[in-house]
Design a protein around this ligand. Structure first.
Ligand SMILES: CC(C)(COP(=O)(O)OP(=O)(O)OC[C@H]1O[C@@H](n2cnc3c(N)ncnc32)[C@H](O)[C@@H]1OP(=O)(O)O)[C@@H](O)C(=O)NCCC(=O)NCCS
Length: 187
């Protein structure tokens, strides 16, 4: 059974993973939600108005009252800048499986933050929450996302053709990845 503990603060070498707050709105909008370079790799389109991001942020903050809600902002420890977000979602009570997704602002790509955050959330999900399996999918034309999954120990399980249709009406083939708790402990 999954042990839900809500969105608990997690510290890594360079990051603090913490709950998002209302005062984060400018960072959330400017750093990733309004930037097509980030959102083109996801399903929802880039926000063109900060009020869209505010609505999303309000909902996230409301959802923190639910112990089963796991949604972290990624803050750089030394300079307290919010650079991205990562969440566990789609918890399935029949299997104790879930999914992970993440976004980082373009200015902070390729500096190891994605790997560091994903590793911390994988550790948390398996050790603190007792999740059985973590899954994720990325567009095949977004290899950086697959790279970080590989680096934390996830295994690619296949490619699903036209798995999503993005905001620009383009179908995308997606690589699906998974990580079993038993494999995590085997190392
Ligand atoms: C995916 C994402 C979170 C990665 O974060 P990041 O902080 O840049 O990741 P890291 O720096 O830890 O690692 C990126 C790795 O991908 C590699 N990489 C980057 N671009 C690449 C490319 N075009 N082809 C192959 N590898 C690539 C980097 O070299 C690095 O690997 P290395 O450490 O072995 O050199 C970030 O790019 C992002 O937010 N993208 C937009 C949103 C998104 O794609 N979300 C996931 C949807 S599934």
């Amino acid at each position: 059974m999954i042990n839900f503990v809500g969105t608990t603060k997690i510290e890594t070498e360079r990051l603090i993973l913490r709950r998002l707050e209302l005062t984060d709105i400018e960072s959330v909008y400017n750093h990733w939600l309004s930037d097509e370079r980030v959102t083109d790799n996801r399903i929802s389109p880039a926000h063109t108005n900060i009020s869209e991001s505010k609505e999303r942020l309000d909902k996230i903050i409301r959802d923190y009252s639910n112990k089963e809600f796991c949604y972290w902002g990624m803050e750089l420890k030394t300079i307290n800048i919010l650079i991205g977000e990562i969440d566990l979602y789609n918890f399935d009570y029949a299997t104790d499986n879930c999914e992970v997704s993440y976004s980082i602002g373009f200015n902070w790509w390729n500096q190891g933050y994605g790997t560091e955050a994903l590793q911390a959330v994988v550790d948390f999900a398996f050790r603190q929450m007792n999740v059985h399996k973590i899954s994720a999918a990325h567009n095949v034309d977004n290899p950086a996302s697959g790279k970080i999954m590989h680096k934390v120990g996830m295994k690619q399980e296949g490619v699903i053709r036209h798995m999503i249709r993005n905001a620009k009406n383009q179908y995308k083939d997606c690589a699906v990845w998974g990580f079993l708790q038993e494999d995590y402990y085997k190392g």
